[in-house]
Design a protein around this ligand. Structure first.
Ligand SMILES: NC(=O)c1ccc[n+]([C@@H]2O[C@H](COP(=O)([O-])OP(=O)(O)OC[C@H]3O[C@@H](n4cnc5c(N)ncnc54)[C@H](O)[C@@H]3O)[C@@H](O)[C@H]2O)c1
Length: 424
């Protein structure tokens, strides 16, 4: 496999590179598992000669993942997986100090966002690393000729995995993809504790609103929703959950939250947070019935969880009272405040997940990439889970880093758990 020439990419301000490097190093100090994998990669070089096209949130944690892949021998071209999630100092540091070609500018318009994706595709990657499936769908729909040299991909998030399963079902998945999101050491921690904490952090940084005493409506009680609801409760909110899955609704009720349809919740909420991965879960009629001053944001992958076109149509005037806050004054006289243009609020207004949780997600990513590079010849055009031994190893390394010891089953216990003949 031939390596591409080094390009420096497209970043906002290269003078931010030193600040970016300092923050990347700070994040690294909370990522001991990824650090061990990076050391192993530097010795074993499992990605030597592999061109990786990466479309990820350009954060300090992602930078550390890129450095681990680079240590493993990969040649990387990186772009953002959301127009608002890029940390410009990190993009500058990656380009300037670490020679990882990065194409990402916070606040880039849609045309630039897609131009950056095309820049990554133009490097003819052998492997994709996506957060939301944009690279896979772009290559499949517009650059089919690249597929002959491709070995597979890795996907970071729930929404991307849903799309990949849809492609597999339609018989159009172009290569094997590992669903990193499905590893337990990813979604149990990243989606729940990472999204939980950083989403509230985003709401607070954007608004400085007091959570205690507020009614927070959490739309969707999956892994992310559980985390958001529990963190909002911890800060003193009265939490209302809306769901479409009866089992998740029941779980929310038994976790102590009030459950009701969104049409009712719209009337009582002070702060709305969507985390469904679904479309228009807050619609025009819901915006219209909200209280004056209601705050609305999304932490699901795409901003189309909110029907912002319907909101525009209901609007008489618009203002921006603070960065990341658009105040829509409706024709009915009430004002609805939308945060971060409806894009993932934890990345738009805050810094995304804490490094300690991304340590596990990105350890899975790095090892999944290594696994793919070593095993692609035996894999089919399917969505694969992260191999169990990798998931378990990530948990073991994290526990060791946290200096937590656990028990090992005795031989009798192993035998007992494997047998069916023991009775009362
Ligand atoms: N902000 C972040 O950094 C971050 C991190 C991880 C995942 N995500 C994204 O967050 C979204 C949710 O991820 P998850 O892992 O929690 O998924 P999940 O599948 O575990 O949960 C989604 C929940 O939303 C519910 N839902 C769907 N449509 C609904 C509707 N109309 N009303 C109410 N509930 C509805 C589903 O029943 C499900 O329980 C995805 O888009 C994912 O990609 C964001």
């Amino acid at each position: 496999m031939q390596l591409i020439d080094k390009q420096l990419g497209d970043v906002k301000d290269r003078s931010l590179a030193d600040q970016g490097r300092s923050r990347i190093e700070w994040a690294a100090s909370f990522m001991p598992v990824l650090a061990q994998i990076k050391e192993r990669f530097a010795r074993e070089r499992p990605l030597a000669g592999v061109r990786i096209g990466a479309c990820l949130h350009v954060t300090t944690e992602t930078a550390n993942l890129m450095l681990a892949l680079q240590a493993g021998g990969a040649e990387i071209e990186l772009c953002a997986s959301n127009p608002l999630s890029t940390q410009d100092d990190v993009a500058a540091a990656l380009s300037e100090h670490y020679k990882i070609s990065t194409n990402a500018i916070k606040g880039e318009d849609n045309a630039t966002y897609y131009k950056h994706i095309e820049t990554v595709v133009a490097t003819k990657p052998h492997m994709t690393m996506d957060d939301g499936c944009d690279l896979v769908t772009t290559i499949y729909t517009k650059h089919n000729h690249l597929l002959a040299d491709m070995i597979g991909g890795c996907e970071e998030t729930t929404t991307g995995v849903i799309r990949l399963h849809a492609m597999e079902k339609d018989g159009v998945l172009p290569f094997p993809v590992i669903a990193v999101n499905d590893a337990l050491t990813k979604h149990m921690f990243d989606n729940r504790y990472g999204t939980g904490q950083s989403t509230l952090d985003g709401v607070i940084r954007a608004t400085n609103v007091l959570i205690a005493g507020a009614t927070v409506v959490v739309v969707g009680y999956g892994w992310c929703g559980r985390g958001v609801a529990s963190r909002a409760k911890g800060l003193g909110a009265h939490v209302v959950v809306t769901e479409i899955d009866p089992r998740k609704a029941l779980e929310a009720a038994m976790d102590g939250f009030q459950v009701m349809p969104i049409a009712d919740a719209a009337k009582v909420g002070d702060i709305f947070i969507t985390v469904t991965g679904n479309f228009h879960v807050i619609a025009g009629s819901h915006f219209e019935s909200m209280k004056d001053g209601a705050i609305v944001c999304n932490s699901g992958h795409f901003n189309d969880e909110l029907d912002l076109d319907a909101l525009e149509a209901l609007t008489a005037s618009k203002a921006q009272p603070r960065t990341f806050v658009d105040a829509y004054t409706l024709k009915n006289g009430k004002t609805v405040r939308v945060l971060g243009e409806g894009r993932l609020i934890n990345l738009a207004a805050a810094e995304g997940h804490p490094a300690a949780v991304m340590d596990m997600s990105f350890a899975n990513q790095a090892m999944a990439a290594g696994y793919l590079a070593q095993n692609y010849k035996t894999l089919e055009k399917k969505v694969y889970s992260v191999p169990d031994h990798i998931d378990e190893e990530v948990a073991e390394l994290k526990l060791a880093a946290m200096k937590i010891a656990i028990d090992t089953p005795t031989p009798e216990q192993v035998k007992y758990m494997a047998s069916w003949s023991e009775g009362t």
